[in-house]
Design a protein around this ligand. Sequence first.
Ligand code: KG4
Ligand code: ZN
Length: 339
Amino acid sequence: MVPELASREHLRRIVPVVREALERAGLDFAGVAAIGATRGPGLIGSLLVGYTYGETLARALGKPFVPVNHLEGHVHAVFLEAQQRAAAGLPELPAACLIVSGGHTVLYAVEPAPGGADAPAAAAEFPAYRCLYSRIGATRDDAAGEAFDKVAKLLALGYPGGPVMDQLAPHGNAQSVHFTAPHTRGNPLDFSFSGIKTAVLRHIRAHPQLEPEIAERREALGRGLRCASELLPLCSAATLDLVASFQRAVVSDLVARTLAAAEQHSMRSVLVSGGVAANSELRATFERECRARALPVFFPSRALSTDNAAMIAAAAYPRLLAGQVAANGMDAQANLPLA
Ligand code: KG4
Ligand code: ZN
């Protein structure tokens, strides 16, 4: 990603994107109660485009403007959809929330804000969870999605690597390559994925017979092949075993530390969000392990697991109700913490 190009693209697209979103929702600006926009964390150039546009639009329309933390958006993506599937019950707080994407791998304890309920009334039209967040674990090096992307690059499986590896993994044997579980001395709720990524690199170097197929796939990617179904015939059993074992190692570690956090902090539910939350094995493993512990687990749909604007609106709504609108001089912030 080239930051300068990304922010120029944001600038080019923001007006038509907002117009189209309103059209599809059958709304006009007059029918909007408030404007929410991401304040951070992220690339400052891109943040500034969305934030300044949102703030200016709110001022022009005389509507409240609600700055939102991107990570809080990922938490609220779970709440937003849980309401629509209320039959499964709404998530109760305190919850352990794993946000796992290409940029983040972080564990939050999510508690009700003073005066907020453990869970909003089930009859409410929209779940207005007002929360406090404390970071209880984070990656010390690569984010899990970044590890998927880097391993996919080593194996010439395209970018982003996660979705393709997710589809290739069931064709391999997850027990064939052994990866040592990462140690994170100090805080056992911290993550580390660079060791697993380096182990994959060492494995490839130790098995030079993998090189011709890697070269063949690189050439296929150059011709525009992208889907798992197109790449599968170009993968040997040894490659599929490596992909399955890598995914198993990452998934097992994410699930084990999240469940340890839930146990340690007596959480009443588990929330999993971010691009990697779309991973089939991650979902299945969380569902199996949480069922065994009678601990409810919630994910957004795959579409709302990755970055999106609906989750920013969902996080803005309880802040709007609580009167937490923008103060003067508040600006976008690349490293904005969630607290
Ligand atoms: O949340 P996201 O859309 O963007 C940010 O990084 O903020 O996450 C993108 C990341 C990429 O690293 C991608 O490889 C990973 O999520 N990802 C997956 C899957 N779908 C996306 N990783 C594993 N399995 C998937 N199905
Ligand atoms: Zn994100």
